[in-house]
Ligand binder design. Sequence first.
Ligand code: NAP
Ligand code: G4F
Length: 340
Amino acid sequence: MKKKTALITGISGQDGAYLAEFLINKNYIVVGSERRSARYDTWRLKRLGIERKIIREELELTEPYEISRLIKKYKFDEIYNLGAQSFVKSSFSSPLYTCNTNGLSVLRILETIREFSPNTKFYQASSSEMFGEILTKKQNERTPFNPRSPYAVSKVFGHFIVKNYRESYNLFAVSGILFNHESPFRGEEFVTRKITKGLVNIINGKQKFLELGNIYSKRDWGFAKEYTEVMWKMLQQKKPDDYVVSTGRTYSIKDFINLCTDYLKIKTKWIGKGLDEKLINLKNNKIIIKISPKYFRPSEVDLLIGDSSKAKKILKWKPKTNLKSLVKIMLDEEIKYFLS
Ligand code: NAP
Ligand code: G4F
């Protein structure tokens, strides 16, 4: 049987690495696109041992002609559009760049598929951030969006342009509305990895304390490796459709910290309130976490909690890793690479 060829934009990111591994194991030819940037880094692909199994191509998502060159060259069976300016906080300082990269690039890809490769199936990385200030207790495919950042607005554009091209031109184009998903491959700017790395640095004397922003927001956190598998499942269905992917449980950043300190067996105590709240290490009475206004956002998403019953019913998918297990996976890997 002829091997399928898939393009993953954002191959250097967390999800790109796990998805590439998954597709390689499914015998796909994987083309991974990278932008011409000094930041390009293959550490995740190296750690998975798949760096040499990927065909690397250049693609800057904001460049209109690069995507058409690639699509004409490969006529991909599947495209997974994971590339994005994915850090919500940066979207407040770079709103135009964020909207161009995350929003208009989706349209650029869809237009090219429509014109040159209409049989290509397309997956768009939509986000639970689109629900923003939530309008229902749990969020599913029918919950209205209420975005709270330029990032979320850019993803809403991407989401609806996918729906529009599916309905107008009969393309197999879908969006996965994924809730937060984490792993040892998470970028260090995101809160979970900042905490796991920071705490391991602190107990090993490499860092004195950690500064965080709003520790009371709540997220529905899953394990990234499981979430990339569901992207593929969406493209194997008879009918293209959008799906929410989540665990259905929500925890605050403070809960996540407490799970980490429990696992690391650090005896701690929270003291103070607001900007003066601190986490003290009871062994030596030193402050290990402080609050800094530097990490607050102009507008915050206070609470996210997903309802992925549609994915469970149709895709036969459900999450396996709870937050306590995810904390263990992240901290074990953090310790292993700190010591190596
Ligand atoms: P990530 O680790 O930040 O990876 C983002 C990728 O996009 C990187 O490879 C980055 O390349 C690339 N990229 C950024 N700007 C680009 C540009 N202008 N042109 C080409 N490539 C560009 O993100 P992730 O966590 O894997 O997430 C994957 C996708 O899912 C993103 O679209 C994100 O918005 C979305 N999403 C993520 C989550 C989550 O919880 N992780 C939840 C919902 C949706 P560089 O290495 O060069 O920066
Ligand atoms: O880890 P975060 O930066 O993730 P956020 O904003 O929820 O976005 C992530 O998940 C989205 C899915 O819902 C993706 F679409 C998006 O691409 C990204 O992957 O922040 C989580 C929470 C926020 O409420 C933030 O204000 O943690 C809070 N927080 C508190 N202190 C902090 C910090 N976030 C970061 N990054 N750094 C802090 O020091």
